[in-house]
Design a protein around this ligand. Structure first.
Ligand code: 2E6
Ligand code: F3S
Length: 315
């Protein structure tokens, strides 16, 4: 006799998965391949998801780390995370056709940085060292006019000598809670510091963190679908862990650690902004093979954001 499967209630966060910037960036690569024919070069992973990258590679995209790996005469797409100013300048100097898939919300931060420099301010940029968005945004302005702040300790250690007029900006995919604390510490230490009207953390990042908070109260464990280099996905697992809900970041169903999972009554499930819905279904299917699954979608807020494609691809 086959023993019955144990019950498992899956609480699926909403919103989750693709944001408007990721959707746009993927479409830019697809349309570029249609327009130019393969190969179309892409500088850096278009978004931080292996599944997305492998699919586009299958269609004719070639992913490279740097512009000098792009042969003369072939088009190149810049990833959703943005690039330092020198990159499009170098593409222009070589006469390359380039398409900029930088998320419009990252480009907005780039413009803010330039305006603050025109206003003779030194920028404190809150973000994670080495992340491509951070490299791209810090590369919008001259070296020495922007300093990276990663932690509260960095706020305390910052030496403002010769930098009387200050402003801060942030990476789009930070922890909402950590950033609030860092901004409060900055304002406390430098009461005249200028900041953006609304934070630069994007709608998708804050909505996905809010959705995890909504379900974490009711979940015993949490699975987050996303890549280990995806800042926004890492933050989702962090939100759950901070609410004392054990959480794991997995790239797809084959990454599930069944010993770690055990037999929870209720499992929270979400996906980072660069993780396709297909992978959510794959994970639910894998869980359904071992458990008698019931699904519940837990809505936090609705999203209907859409970003326009670059004119040259839709004309
Ligand atoms: C561009 C900017 C923000 O690591 P991160 O979360 O930044 O990136 P992805 O590719 O995982 O998510 C989308 C994205 C692109 N977020
Ligand atoms: Fe843009 Fe935010 Fe997505 S910055 S790419 S909308 S995670």
């Amino acid at each position: 006799m086959v023993s019955p499967k144990p019950p498992l209630h899956i609480l699926i966060a909403s919103p989750r998965g693709f944001c408007a910037g990721v959707d746009r960036a993927i479409k830019i690569v697809e349309l570029s391949i249609e327009r130019y024919g393969p190969p179309v070069y892409v500088r850096h992973e278009i978004v931080h998801n292996k599944f997305v990258v492998d699919r586009l590679r299958g269609m004719g995209a070639v992913f490279v780390d740097e512009l000098d790996e792009v042969p003369d005469g072939r088009p190149v797409v810049f990833s959703a995370h943005g690039v330092p100013k020198v990159v499009p300048a170098a593409a222009e100097a070589r006469g390359l056709d380039y398409l900029d898939a930088t998320c419009p919300l990252v480009s907005k931060v780039h413009r803010q940085a330039q305006r603050l420099i025109e206003d003779s301010r030194h920028i404190l940029f809150i973000g994670h060292a080495g992340h491509p968005e951070v490299i791209g945004t810090m590369g919008q302005v001259e070296e020495g006019s922007i300093s990276l702040i990663e932690t509260l300790d960095d706020v305390a250690a910052f030496d403002p000598t010769g930098k009387e007029r200050l402003a801060y900006l942030t990476q789009t995919t930070l922890s909402v809670d950590d950033t609030r604390q860092i901004v409060a510490a900055l304002v406390n230490r430098f009461p005249d510091i200028r900041g953006p009207k609304a934070e630069d953390i994007c709608y998708a990042t804050s909505n996905r963190q809010g959705a995890v908070k909504t379900i974490a109260d009711r979940a015993d464990k949490m699975l987050v679908i996303g890549a280990p280099n995806s800042s926004n996905s890492l933050r989702l697992a962090e939100v759950a862990e901070r609410m004392a809900i054990p959480a794991r970041l997995i790239q797809r169903a084959s990454d599930i650690d069944w010993d770690w999972l055990g037999y929870p009554e209720t499992l929270g499930l979400t996906a980072g902004a660069s993780a396709p819905e297909l992978l959510v279904r794959e994970v639910v299917d894998a869980l359904s093979e071992r458990f008698d699954v019931t699904e519940e979608e837990a809505a936090h807020v609705n999203e209907d954001m859409v970003f326009k494609l670059p004119r040259e691809l839709v004309a």
